[in-house]
Ligand binder design. Sequence first.
Ligand code: UDP
Length: 410
Amino acid sequence: MTAPILFDYKEVVGPDIIEELTILASHVGNRSIKMVNSTAVGGGVAEMLRRVVPLLNDLGVKATWDVIKGEEEFFEITKSFHNALQGKEEYFHEDVFKTYLKYNEMNNREMEFDEDLIVIHDPQPAALIHWNQNRKNRWVWRCHIDLSHPNQQLWEFLKPYVEQYDAAIFSSALFSPELAIPQYRFYPAIDPLDDKNRELDASYVDGVFEKYGIPRDKPIVTQVSRYDPWKDPVGVVQAFKMARKYVDCRLLLVGDKAADDPETDKVLAKVKAEAGDDPDIHLLLFSPSIATEINAFQRGSDIVLQKSLREGFALTVSEALWKSRPVIGGAVGGIPAQIIDEYTGLLVHSPEGASLAIRSLLTQPDLANKVGKNGHQRVKDEFLITKNLKRYLLLLLALDRPQEETIFLH
Ligand code: UDP
């Protein structure tokens, strides 16, 4: 399938939204933007950039995407940064910071930053700014992670780098730290026409479940997530086992291995130990997964779980809601922006809560249908890629006019 172009979204979001984007883009003019992150595949950031970058180009913005390089020692460190910024207790030796800076410096030497706007995603490349202090262009730090309880030692190390940016963007106002630079809130977004989310034939969905040997003789409860402690796959297995004492169902855990995530094997081993030899628990590990198959797993599930303990946003929630699936989500980070409890899904705080929610949805089809339908509408209103394009266009306009409180487009 050829990638959709901007015009194709008219069918989904209506002509007014496309016209609005075109008008905004005409005010932005011939600007260039470079996105920088640390992995081309795996995880939500890569997922979004893969689609936002070509669509910005469709709008006439010259958008490019670079991925920084690093050895295993660098990604071990940045994964521990990720965990600590989300609240894990950890003490960092000074050498860890030195190694982190060494890789940022190496990447800086190999990269060029000539675009009008540079958007650095997440902590891995955040220090690149240090070697670009005499820049003429604008730099923004886009933080996708849950920064509500950051490890103080690490945040004190990173904050001076973050404050060298022209602005910072967070996925929720809940994460906004005190900073000496302007801040913006961007919700992440999904692409309704991408292979991950587009409509699929029922026969294709059936075929995917068959291919991986997952019988559909009972309701299927699924979590699609990297095997990461914050996604709480162990808690998902516990919730499933409690629920299954009352309602018959199967559990499907689908995860892939991001190139910058060294933790997968350890977490998967814990999940396997918790699951034991239960024939109703199906664990799949991909590297990488196929978008249409993930789409099929989400569409073919009776319930989709995202039982995270910390979460920047969780694209998986919007993906499942878009497919009108009833979703159970951990009440953390960006999930409550998507799930309004008992209206667009169910929010939970523990494996016990998740097990109760599974039982409620499997025994009350009206509730399951209602939250699924409302969830679809919520995603349509707030979390589609067209909204994200609008935010980037507005950001380009706002950064050009730092002194103006209101920007008039005439
Ligand atoms: N994903 C996938 N295959 C998998 C697991 C996840 O394609 O096996 C995708 C998922 O559909 C979503 C993204 O990776 O688009 C994960 O984004 P999210 O914001 O939920 O979590 P993150 O991994 O960024 O913490």
